[in-house]
Design a protein around this ligand. Structure first.
Ligand SMILES: [Zn+2]
Length: 322
């Protein structure tokens, strides 16, 4: 593991290499391969976590018992047992490590506003670039259509780290967004929870009469992609809904550049997941180069690249972005 990581990438991680190696090593030993996106969460619901390390390190504040702090100045600057970084953390808000193996330092909490509603119980800490982009996008959709409230689920927990129900969402760069919907007559409605829609835009659940709102959901995609203050890396949504969104954009004759960007950014998993929400991932902000790893680590058992940083293609193929 150490040798492989030290070869990738050759220069970008130099300032925080030791930090990342510690994070990766700790998380690699803690994270068993998972066959389905939710396998881990179900397991966690059945049995209490046995490993103290990920939880105790997740806030970024707990620095381990005093005897561990005495080790400061030795080869590593972390708590020997917890894997928690004691010093050498860069200042300010930082996404540390990879989306599925990392932490969030100095995150900002997304709160409900007039045009954005945080789902009850959601963990909504993120890097400011993500939090503020969501607020701007929700405001933008409301400005165009009125009476629009964006429903937001999990981002990351305070301090980041493993988040039950997700593989990624560890470093403040991921968020789950509910869809805008209408009733059967096309009148906008406000959903209070994530509702799944099929490729025809019809509800797969309750309320059965709800419809996927092509216009407002596209407006959300457009607002995010046109936001110059954030780099949207992925918008993950089921293939049926992706097709609807792109068809709507084509009908509206949006600029080719925007359509190309949407084609590249909207990604669909091979299974039929993400039919009840967008998963948004922002790219590593410039200010976090050296601490932030762009892609998730590929975890699938048996994969030759297991444990190595992924590429966008491998991320899409192995669905390590949920
Ligand atoms: Zn997600």
């Amino acid at each position: 593991m150490l040798r492989r990581l030290s070869l990738w990438p050759p220069r970008a991680l130099a300032p925080a290499l030791s930090t990342l190696l510690l994070l990766a090593t700790t998380a690699a030993s803690a994270a068993p391969p998972s066959q389905s996106p939710h396998a881990k969460s179900q397991e966690q619901q059945r049995t209490p976590p046995r490993r103290p390390a990920p939880e105790s390190s997740s806030t970024g504040k707990k620095v381990g018992p005093p005897q561990q702090q005495k080790a400061k100045g030795e080869a590593s600057s972390r708590g020997a047992k917890t894997g928690t970084i004691i010093d050498k953390k860069p200042k300010g808000s930082m996404s540390l490590g990879a989306p599925n193996r990392g932490q969030l330092q100095g995150g900002q909490r997304l709160r409900s506003t007039r045009h954005l509603e945080v789902r009850p119980g959601a963990r909504t800490w993120g890097v400011p670039q993500l939090v503020q982009a969501l607020q701007r996008a929700a405001t933008s959709v409301n400005k165009k259509f009125g009476h629009s409230v964006l429903l937001v689920g999990d981002l990351s927990k305070q301090g980041g780290g493993e988040l039950d129900g997700h593989r990624s969402h560890q470093t403040g760069r991921d968020a789950d967004l509910g869809f805008y919907a209408t009733n059967s007559r096309g009148k906008p409605i406000q959903l209070k929870r994530f509702v799944a829609f099929d490729g025809a835009g019809e509800s797969r659940g309750t309320p059965s009469w709800a419809r996927f709102d092509d216009a407002r959901n596209w407006a959300l995609v457009q607002a995010l992609l046109e936001d110059r203050n954030v780099n949207i890396r992925y918008l993950i949504v089921s293939s049926g809904l992706r097709t609807r969104l792109l068809a709507h954009a084509a009908r509206k004759k949006v600029p080719k550049e925007l359509l190309d960007r949407a084609l590249a950014t909207l990604i669909s998993p091979k299974d039929s997941s993400h039919d009840d929400h967008f998963h948004i991932r922002i790219g590593c902000p410039e200010t976090m180069r050296g601490t932030c790893i762009e892609e998730s680590f590929v975890r699938s058992a048996g994969s030759p690249a297991a444990g190595a940083p992924g590429s966008p293609e491998s991320a899409a193929a192995s669905e390590v972005y949920d």
